[in-house]
Design a protein around this ligand. Structure first.
Ligand code: DGL
Length: 281
């Protein structure tokens, strides 16, 4: 397992860039290979079976790029396809998902010492809300994993399916996004929560607006940072941190979408080079 191989990560679209950005911030020496499956966006409305078949195809593409880690930077795919991708990849790369690090954080045993305990990452309390796509929420993965480990935590999960198309279309800081955010977050499911898990990698893009809706009184977890910290911990503990960057980061999408570049430029200072790669033909 060569430590100087890249980290591959994928999502249906721009969402996984929140994880890519957090990884790059924590570990600038690592080379990232990103795949946004924009031809099949959104994943959140698809069946588990369909999400598995897309995920396996992308895993093969990332293996061709010689990735040491395949991070499923998508909650919908993490919830529905993690075991299948892991089995398919076998010993060729380490497969990671975005759900387990957040569950570990919520349950208080992620082992990420004080680094993960900065005020914005403070531990959730007893009443935790979860918002994500239908594929993630309906899978029950977060709910089962959290209550299976900490039955005392009250979990309330709600699908917020309009957020992904809203973000992919570039509605993030305006009246439209604020109205949609207000409409979802004011529902009774989220009444009385002290913490909120953004169980979709697109959502950290609107984390500030979500915090503002709650008057900053709810602990809105920075899930992409929690995931990146867990990758860093894993690489470091397993002697897999890169010592010599093998090359520049690469960003692929399976179909052109107008806002991908706009949104990606919000994350990365220098304009990222996007390449269309239709792996589905
Ligand atoms: N960003 C993804 C997630 O974390 C996918 C959203 C979608 O394509 O519906 O679930």
């Amino acid at each position: 397992m060569g430590k100087n191989r890249p980290i591959g990560l994928f999502d249906s679209g721009v969402g996984g860039l929140t994880v890519a950005h957090a990884l790059q911030t924590l570990m600038p020496a690592e080379q990232l290979i990103y795949f946004g499956d924009t031809a099949h966006l959104p994943y959140g409305d698809k069946s588990g079976e369909t999400i598995v078949s897309y995920s396996l195809g992308i895993a093969d593409f990332l293996l061709e790029q010689d990735c040491k880690v395949i991070m499923i930077a998508c909650n919908s795919a993490s919830a529905n396809a993690f075991e299948e991708v892991k089995k398919h990849v076998g010993s060729r790369a380490v497969v990671m998902n975005v759900i387990d690090p957040v569950v570990n954080h919520v349950c208080g045993d992620n082992g990420i010492a004080r680094a993960g305990n900065a005020p914005r990452d403070k531990r959730p309390g007893r009443s935790v809300g979860i918002i994500g796509t239908k594929a993630t929420i309906d899978s029950g993965t977060y709910q089962q994993k959290i209550t299976g480990r900490k039955p005392g935590i009250q979990v309330s999960a709600m699908a917020t399916p309009l957020f992904v198309p809203m973000i992919e279309e570039g509605f993030v800081f305006d009246d439209i996004s604020n109205a949609i955010i207000r409409s979802y977050l004011s529902r009774k499911e989220l009444e009385g929560i002290d913490s909120l898990i953004l169980a979709c990698t697109h959502y950290p893009i609107i984390r500030n607006q979500i915090s503002r809706y709650f008057n900053f009184e709810v602990n809105v977890l920075d899930t992409s940072r929690i995931v990146a910290l867990s990758v860093q911990k894993f690489l470091s503990e397993n002697g897999l941190l890169c010592s010599k960057r093998p090359g520049g980061d690469a960003f692929y999408i399976s179909d052109h979408t107008p806002y991908f570049e706009v949104i990606s430029s919000m994350f990365f200072n220098e304009k990222i080079h996007l390449e269309k790669r239709n792996i589905w033909v």
